[in-house]
Design a protein around this ligand. Structure first.
Ligand code: SF4
Length: 195
């Protein structure tokens, strides 16, 4: 399957999930400008396929913004490596997301029926189960790739050798074994049993 087809299927998985949780999300207390889940960012994990989509969007930004995002990602990575929660590099000053229409699934599955006020979000159990299924499907779709925290996956994709291998279907986990272990990177083909 070529990359464009995979991206199309990724969008279809997002849409399928949104359809499945539409009724639940009607009860969400979330509103624009509340970005608790983007500031105390815990597990915003993405697949390499989602990372490619984000990279392509960043490449269409002007140079100063690209530099700002790059610095934000480096800071996010460094803070995560120190075990700290860290503001997402894509969160704008007005607390909206600069890549909202292509945001990764980790962000799409987050909503809360109560205002979080520093606490974890309150999500319907059925929505959590559907999100797990969707993550499985995404990892199966991105069979030759990896999953991990957003700034770690984008860091890997920034490396030409890694990116070239991934895009040509020649990913080699041995090339990232140390980074993968220390940063909790999952190999998609070793996770996600079929539903
Ligand atoms: S990508 Fe967007 S929605 Fe997701 S954590 Fe970052 S700013 Fe928030």
């Amino acid at each position: 399957m070529d990359l464009e087809e995979k991206k199309k299927q990724l969008r279809a998985l997002y849409d399928e999930y949104e359809e499945g949780v539409a009724e639940f999300k009607k009860a969400a207390a979330c509103e624009a400008g509340c970005a608790d889940c983007c500031i105390g960012v815990g597990d915003i994990d993405i697949t390499t396929l989602e990372g490619v989509v984000i990279r392509e969007r960043v490449a269409t930004s002007d140079r100063p913004l690209q530099a700002e995002i790059k610095a934000g990602l480096a800071q996010n990575k460094a803070e995560r490596e120190q075990g700290k929660l860290s503001r997402c590099a894509f969160l704008k000053g007005d607390k909206t997301c600069m890549i909202y229409d292509i945001r990764p699934f980790s962000c799409r599955q987050l909503y809360s029926v109560k205002r979080c006020n520093g606490a974890p979000p309150t999500i319907h159990r059925q929505a959590v189960n559907l999100a797990r299924q969707t993550v499985n499907e995404m990892q199966r779709l991105d069979f030759g790739g990896y999953s991990g925290h957003i700034s770690y996956i984008l860091y890997l994709l920034d490396k030409e050798d890694f990116r070239r291998r991934y895009l040509h279907g020649r990913s080699d986990p041995r090339k990232i074994v140390d980074f993968g272990r220390s940063h909790g990177i999952l190999i998609n083909r070793f996770v996600s049993p079929c539903r």
